[in-house]
Design a binder for this molecule. Structure first.
Ligand SMILES: NC(=O)c1ccc[n+]([C@@H]2O[C@H](COP(=O)([O-])OP(=O)(O)OC[C@H]3O[C@@H](n4cnc5c(N)ncnc54)[C@H](OP(=O)(O)O)[C@@H]3O)[C@@H](O)[C@H]2O)c1
Length: 257
């Protein structure tokens, strides 16, 4: 119960890494405010967390809207009167190169992957200052520290998340607020299957296609959302009280190559 008596906001908790983190945080005793735009999925995760014996509220929110971010923080304070942890997880993946990326794709990517992260921090930091403590974990990517091909707007946004993490860690280090980033490598989430990422290859089964497409990873497989969640727990809990401004890679060795 490493998060007992703590309140955490997790953005984008309707699926994938956010959902896995919500369930793990509930197992560790945290009261939770979960967000996302898909109400049905959000309510299901809310119920699963409550079954684990914690208080949990799902708030429908589009984090590209500042008023939605404000509403999430208002609910957290009204329900729980404190905010110990913010996991800025909501984000989208976009593709393209510098010359092929349309203006709206660039803007959308930055609105959710960068500006929304800043807005949520801006809104919770006054409360954390008042408490004299707080922890922020941003979801970066291995592309916060190295680049790749054909994902220009996404890589630019995750690079910004890395620098935002370091800048805020320095600004608030003396206020008892720690700011770190978890930087996952390719992690198999439902959305990949829904989007048919493994269809249309020469492989006979989805499993074979997955195996083939993860060959570039030293460990020979994709990450699991639960593995990323455990790292977020480390950064969010008192197991990491002297860690701030750190970008923690969880990538099966990918960036060691
Ligand atoms: N999977 C990977 O390989 C990988 C690797 C590195 C980093 N990451 C990062 O991990 C984070 C989570 O992604 P995931 O892989 O777990 O995929 P996912 O299942 O698609 O999760 C994305 C989450 O973000 C939420 N979201 C997106 N836009 C939003 C908006 N405008 N307002 C509120 N919520 C929004 C989604 O909720 P709704 O759709 O319900 O709004 C969903 O809960 C992202 O920041 C991603 O960049 C993932």
């Amino acid at each position: 119960m490493r998060l007992k008596n703590k309140t955490a906001i997790i953005t984008g908790a309707t699926s994938g890494i956010g959902k896995a983190t919500a369930l793990l945080f509930a197992d560790e005793g945290a009261d939770l405010v979960l967000t996302g735009r898909r109400i049905g999925l959000g309510k299901t995760v809310e119920a699963e967390c409550r079954q684990r014996g914690v208080r949990c509220v799902f708030v429908e929110a589009d984090h590209t809207k500042l008023e939605d971010c404000q509403r999430v923080v208002d609910v957290a304070l009204k329900e729980f009167n404190q905010i110990d942890i913010l996991f800025n997880n909501a984000g989208i993946v976009t593709k393209g190169t510098a010359d092929t990326t349309p203006e709206d794709v660039w803007r959308n990517t930055f609105e959710i992957n960068v500006t929304a992260v800043w807005h949520m921090c801006k809104l919770v930091i006054p409360q954390m200052k008042k408490q004299g403590k707080g922890v922020i974990v941003n979801n970066g990517s291995d592309w916060s520290v190295v680049a790749g091909r054909d994902a220009f707007p996404y890589i630019m946004s995750k690079g910004a998340v890395g620098m935002m993490t370091k800048a805020m860690a320095l600004d608030y280090a003396r206020e008892g607020i720690r700011v770190n980033a978890v930087c996952p490598g390719d992690t198999l989430v439902d959305r990949w299957i829904e989007k048919g990422y493994f269809e249309g290859s020469d492989s006979v089964t989805v499993e074979e296609a997955m195996k083939e497409s993860s060959e570039y990873i030293p460990m020979g497989r994709f990450g699991r959302p639960e593995e990323i969640a455990k790292t977020v727990l480390f950064l969010a809990s008192d197991d990491s009280t002297f860690v701030t401004g750190h970008l923690l890679l969880v990538d099966g060795g990918n960036t060691a190559q």
